[in-house]
Design a protein around this ligand. Structure first.
Ligand SMILES: NC(=O)c1ccc[n+]([C@@H]2O[C@H](COP(=O)([O-])OP(=O)(O)OC[C@H]3O[C@@H](n4cnc5c(N)ncnc54)[C@H](O)[C@@H]3O)[C@@H](O)[C@H]2O)c1
Length: 284
């Protein structure tokens, strides 16, 4: 492995999946979250995911136990000493920058700081951190254990050594790296934005219901319909990404976020993770 100890910050939807991917690849992993309950939930979810893989014959019980043992779950930032960190916390620049600066105090000056942000400027983050050359974007997709693609986002500061170490890490995790220039939403989230926004417009205009739109797009060949996908992503995250891409691109009317998204976020209907979003889910 390129990296012996990986730090993952944020034990939510993405962080726990990235941590499990790393642990399954043999990497010692520290999974840090501010909320002890989030760590408990993450541990329970990862056990469930590993048990499913055992039942399907994809891994042995011994391998699953070894992978879980490689993850240190911690709410103590003092434990966060690693060669590379991937943050997967809230989709806002200030907390991400504050976290990297806290980690910088605890780690060697060549420790790499990667953000899993879906849309925020990696360059702006780098500018706010000492040694900006070590800041990079590593954008995994949901579910992180299954999805192969990882966008590697470089900034004008990123050195080729940092880029190469990040690239090798992604290969070691058995993922497919692609290089992207830092720009709002990078590639996938920029291209995907109208998929969500236009579907929301159709629903707002009552031209079709949400389940209808989902069914038709699946029939047309998409793996998931937009509403089911937004619920999987998390409506809080998807709305933050919609707002961020819209603002950064100069507020084009075609990408204006929908009031439906705002309402779901404000009423706690965050999708699968909260038990309700565009659809209802049995257990959160
Ligand atoms: N959900 C997706 O489909 C998806 C896909 C790709 C990238 N992303 C990006 O990944 C990041 C995380 O998204 P998510 O869906 O996993 O979010 P989430 O809401 O599921 O989890 C975020 C976690 O971060 C924790 N947290 C918040 N502030 C923290 C801090 N300062 N230090 C440590 N932990 C903190 C929270 O307690 C929570 O457990 C976002 O930047 C998002 O844009 C999300």
């Amino acid at each position: 492995m390129e990296i012996n100890t990986l730090g993952v910050c944020g034990a939510g939807t993405m962080g726990r999946g990235i941590a499990l991917t790393a642990a399954l690849s043999g990497c010692n992993t520290i999974l840090f979250d501010l909320q002890p309950e989030a760590l408990e939930r993450a541990k329970a979810q990862l056990k469930k995911e590993l048990n499913r893989s055992i039942e399907k014959g994809k891994i042995t019980e011994a391998l699953a136990a070894q992978a879980l043992a490689r993850i240190e779950f911690t709410a103590d930032i003092e434990h966060c000493v690693a060669e590379l960190f991937i943050e997967a916390i809230v989709e806002q620049p200030e907390p991400k920058i504050a976290l990297f600066n806290q980690l910088a105090e605890l780690n060697h000056s060549d420790c790499i700081f990667a953000s899993n942000t879906s849309s925020l400027s990696i360059t702006q983050m780098a500018k706010a951190i000492q040694h900006p050359e070590r800041v990079i974007g590593l954008h995994f997709f949901n579910p992180a254990t299954l999805m192969k693609l990882v966008e590697i986002v470089t900034t004008p500061f990123t050195t080729s050594a940092v880029q190469q170490r990040a690239w090798q890490l992604i290969l070691d995790l058995k993922k497919t790296p692609v290089l992207c220039i830092d720009s709002p939403g990078f590639i996938v989230n920029r291209v995907a934005r109208p998929f969500y926004i236009e579907s929301l417009r159709l629903a707002e205009e009552e031209k079709a219901s949400m389940p209808q739109i989902d069914r038709i797009l699946v029939a047309a060949g998409f793996k998931m319909g937009p509403f089911a996908l937004m619920d999987l992503i998390g409506n809080d995250i998807n709305y933050a990404v919609s707002c961020s891409v819209y603002e950064q691109l100069g507020k084009p009317e075609r990408l204006r976020p929908s009031f439906i998204q705002q309402e779901l976020v404000q009423t706690g209907k965050w999708g699968q993770k909260s038990g309700e979003g565009y659809y209802q889910y049995k257990s959160a």
